[in-house]
Design a binder for this molecule. Structure first.
Ligand code: GRF
Length: 183
């Protein structure tokens, strides 16, 4: 059995969907105190809070080294980033032997970055969606494993559109993770 770690920073509703699907989670790691961490604790899953600082003093290499060691300690094989908001140092993607997945709230390669939902609205696209992809050292790149589309409605706000996208992510991501966990 492969050991799955889920990385979170926020509300953790995608983590909840993974757990609802009865996918075994060996570790939930967060970069800040957040609801996602609380959900993991309530479910009895091992957690690691690797708090980061923001601004100039943040040492990305050192921070990523701390995470690297935790991955080895927990014998993690597969990471699913689910709303994890820290960009990890490039060495992780080269040196850590496991697989790293990410879910992103747009149809990549459109609208990379932290503001994918806002950018889609600002561009006036009529269709957007979510992408499950292998994460690489380059933000929101890496081979695409699955996508799902949603309509953008005239009355949409960032919240209503993001929630429509997240409903798709909650259905799609667990399916992809299950595939990746197969021996
Ligand atoms: C998702 O839309 C994910 O793609 C983005 O952050 C959101 C996480 O949602 N990077 P939640 O914290 O699981 O509710």
């Amino acid at each position: 059995m492969k050991n799955l770690a889920v990385f979170v920073s926020g509300t953790g509703t995608i983590l909840e969907a993974i757990l609802r699907d009865n996918i075994p989670v060996a570790l939930v790691l967060a970069d800040r105190k957040c609801r996602g961490l609380e959900i993991a604790k309530a479910a009895g899953i091992p957690t690691e809070l690797v708090e980061r600082t923001f601004g100039k003093g943040f040492n990305r290499e050192e921070y990523t080294r701390r995470i690297f060691r935790i991955l080895l300690d927990h014998e993690i094989d597969l990471i699913a980033m689910a709303g994890f908001m820290t960009i990890l140092a490039p060495f992780l993607f080269k040196e850590w032997p496991g697989i790293i997945l990410n879910t992103h709230p747009s149809l990549l390669p459109a609208f990379k970055g932290d503001n994918a939902v806002r950018d889609a609205l600002n561009h006036g696209v009529k269709v957007t969606g979510c992408t499950i992809h292998r994460a690489t050292a380059k933000l929101d790149e890496g081979s695409i494993l699955a996508q799902a589309s949603v309509p953008v409605l005239p009355e949409d706000t960032r919240n209503t559109l993001h929630e429509r996208i997240k409903r798709k992510e909650r259905a799609l991501y667990p399916r992809v993770i299950k595939q990746m966990l197969k021996p």
